[in-house]
Design a protein around this ligand. Structure first.
Ligand SMILES: *Cc1c(COP(=O)(O)O)cnc(C)c1O
Length: 366
């Protein structure tokens, strides 16, 4: 079976983890600061603040920006549930703007969604392809809105010379299957010194110095043990992303021209896709349904996944939630019914790629 994700850590990781274990410094220690420094350098920002997961990264970013009850955040309806949960956890209200052909929030629809309560836009760089940030920045500036980038899937992706997380406040996930992983973990990036200071306070119980509390905070700290696992990956992230891009190119070439199969949009120049996922659409022209496709592929030795099977608010617990403003998002509903992600991870061999292509071609001609 060719799996949809494969996690293989650099042997150098073992030495760092052993060092933490032997030192007994499981929670606090020098590796958290080292990981933060490396992460900031990779993303070209002045601050990277490590937290315990990508969801708390989003929550703490919103809170540090001063968002809370009564404030609205505009986001995409086609995302992992954490995007929405973070907005609700911060006490704010989520409003949705439909997606474009790149699977990301459609900037052309933003202006109409802004209300007097809107305080922030939260684009998600889905599958590792950054949202179209220039027009998003334009709308944000014109309306005095903050930008919080959900860059959970977009470590070291670029948009016209700017790295993910360097345009707005960047929120990353270091979850087990993300392009950089510490098992569980997250990172917040910013160039704003004051904001970074507030995030650091909120991360650690609101504490400035021992037992000096300035705000009601959280425990969102990343452990030293987890940070050690991430450090060797910061040195290799660009080559890992290049391997994903190379695999994506092979999949594009092999899968072109199959009836009923739509490839992901070709990335624009200067807008690098880091292919956290390679996501195709099984359209209505296909001889088999998307759900049949997803059932069949693993029986033929190729793993796959649906990210995501439903629009994020399309569950009773959100449809009836006072913090969720439902809107008409036909493109997101269509995407949720058509998408399938296939293996693109950096540990695929050339024969794996050939097999993925030939298996899909065969399944689609059945
Ligand atoms: C993974 C992910 C998150 C949340 O990250 P966790 O580390 O799992 O909390 C948020 N948004 C998106 C788009 C993600 O893919």
């Amino acid at each position: 079976m060719i799996p949809i994700t494969a996690v293989k850590l650099d042997p150098a990781t073992e030495d760092l983890v052993l060092d933490v274990v032997r030192s007994g410094m499981l929670a606090q220690g020098e590796y958290v600061a080292q990981l933060e420094e490396a992460f900031a350098a990779v993303h070209g920002v002045s601050h990277a603040i490590a937290v315990n997961n990508g969801t708390t990264a989003l929550v703490v970013a919103l809170e540090a920006l001063g968002l809370g009850p009564g404030d609205e955040v505009i986001t995409t309806p086609f995302t992992f549930v954490a995007t929405l949960n973070a907005i609700l956890e911060a006490g704010a209200t989520a409003r949705f703007v439909d997606i474009g052909s790149d699977f990301n929030i459609d900037p052309a629809l933003l202006a109409d969604a802004i209300t007097p309560a809107t305080k922030a836009i939260m684009p998600v760089h889905l599958y590792g392809y950054m949202a179209d940030m220039d027009p998003i920045v334009e709308v944000a500036q014109a309306n005095d809105l903050a930008i919080v980038e959900d860059a959970a899937q977009a470590v070291a992706a670029d948009y016209k010379g700017a790295r993910a997380g360097s345009i707005g406040v960047g929120c990353f996930s270091l979850y087990a299957t993300k392009n950089v992983s510490t098992g569980e973990g997250g990172m917040v990036t910013t160039n704003d010194d004051d904001l970074a200071d507030r995030i650091r306070l909120l991360r650690n119980q609101g504490m400035r110095a021992r037992y000096q509390y300035e705000v009601a905070g959280h425990n969102y700290r990343l452990t030293n043990l987890a940070a050690a696992i991430g450090i060797p990956q910061m040195a290799t992230i660009n080559t890992v992303n290049e391997a994903r891009q190379k695999n994506a190119a092979a999949l594009r070439a092999g899968l072109a021209g199959i009836t009923g199969l739509e490839l992901p949009v070709e990335p624009e120049a200067g807008r690098t896709h880091v292919y956290h996922q390679f996501t195709i659409r099984i359209t209505e022209d296909s001889p088999i349904s998307r759900d049949e496709f997803v059932e069949t592929l693993p029986t033929r030795g190729v793993g796959c996944g649906i990210y995501y099977p439903k629009v994020v608010f399309d569950y009773d617990c959100y449809r009836e939630h006072p913090g969720v403003v439902i809107s008409d998002v036909p493109n997101a509903f269509k995407a949720a019914s058509e998408v399938v992600s296939i293996p693109v991870h950096p540990h695929l061999s050339e024969s794996d790629l050939d097999e993925i292509v030939s298996t899909i071609a065969s399944v689609m001609s059945s």
